[in-house]
Design a protein around this ligand. Sequence first.
Ligand code: G4P
Length: 524
Amino acid sequence: MTFLEEIKRRRTFGIVSHPDAGKTTLTEKLLLFGGAIRVAGAVKNNKIKKGATSDFMEIERQRGISVATSVMGFEYSGYKVNILDTPGHQDFQEDTFRTLTAVDSVIIVIDAAKGVEPQTEKLMNVCRMRKTPVIVFVNKMDRPAQDPFTLMDEVENQLKIKVRPLSWPINNGPDFKGVYNIFNRSLKLFTPDIQEIQERIKFEDLSDPRLEDHIGSDAEVLREELELVEGIYPEFEQDEYLSGNLAPVFFGSALYNFGVQELLDSFVQIAPIPQPSTTEERVIDPKEEAFSGFVFKIHANIDPNHRSRIAFVKICSGRFERNKVYKNIRLGKTFRISSPTAFMASQKEVIDEAFPGDIIGVPDTGNLIIGDTLTEGEEIHFKGLPSFSPELFRFVENADPMKSKQLAKGVDQLMDEGVAQLFTSTFNGRKIIGTVGQLQFEVIQYRLEHEYNAKCRFEPLQMYKACWIESDDPKVLTEFKKRKYQKMAKDKLGRDVFMADSSFILQMAQDEFKSIRFHFTSEF
Ligand code: G4P
């Protein structure tokens, strides 16, 4: 196969959802259809169950599992499908956001009874920002669901994207009969079986009276609804989908394998091939011959006996080859990767080559950090997703004076992994950790103790937002920093951050320093 053919057959995407909508179940069923696993239940979910926030053993166990299930590749109908899993727990949403920088498209799963939920909206905002094409899968049709037209409206209004159904449900809950596949004009009848994969019936012409034989009086309703669908929604245009303006919608029941194959078949046909990536210097086309890629995720110390880390590298261009010399642009150093791994379903295997769209696992001893660019030598820097201002802040203090080195190293490495954000007060040098949720503080404390043999204590800190500041007038910035010296800090990359105690204080600062722009994200 040529280099170009290898690129064109790749589909790299992420599945996201509000917790419990069915992301894990859908992922597993895609693997089942893709032949990557044989029976349902083979892939354990990597979510941290609600109520388990203090169960650290559970977190540890899940972390182990989540390495295996972070990226799952499989072959399907000549396509190489790469699924990137994202943590379901909202306290780890930054991790999800970063993973979204490595995908070419996204499938959003929503629960047919609950509709669009808060986490779905947040994730969609990130997709919109990056113009990532999205497909919506409305799950759990086997349960009592909202009316499909209402759901379509909700998706359109709340996710702020045009919608177009490509399959349509026939009833729901106990009366659920199946879905009609608008995309390839076939009917699939529902039989609630978790393992079995159903056959589909081709129905080019819906006025065919045999439709009644299959679904009885629901046939007439289906005809009417499909007529309405054609009247209300625009024709499906792949370009509109690829430019992130239109979301095709599918209905089904992941638990009962229903509508999943429709989704997968249409997905491989319409989803984008590996897309160009932006660097600070220029746009990189996947078809370029020189290899380039970036680190979007790091898993550290999975096995406490081995201080090993795995860096997940997304290949952006060129053919990646094992043992070839590549350069880490941040460090200005070259190195060889002797045992890169691919992630095929839940197994890791050492590979000799990989192509744009693929994710490889690179064993690392602490040289790589999130956002690192790897190339054959060209000095480029891939643009990642900015850091967002954390929601919760705590001072981190050393609780064991004998272990201050271990603490510093542990905090440093956990921040490299993207577990949380670190700010250092320029006023008194105290270290501040910012997170999205309480669970992250617990994870940090636990991991510092178990992996770095260090003890930390968190001290409360009432803080509203971390604001990255910018101005065209350097004098005003200097003046601002002087006036607010007690509230200034540096982020991990040494950028100035104003730590605002409250929205009121921030408003005051904004009113007073009109020529300063205050940002809640680190890139602007
Ligand atoms: P998540 O990753 O998005 O958090 O959701 P997950 O797949 O874990 O699904 C959440 C719950 O919803 C699970 O039940 C799962 O079995 C169920 N579920 C997923 N898809 C469907 C569907 O199409 N129909 C129905 N009826 N249920 C579905 P649970 O009881 O919380 O977990 P488990 O003990 O079954 O694993």
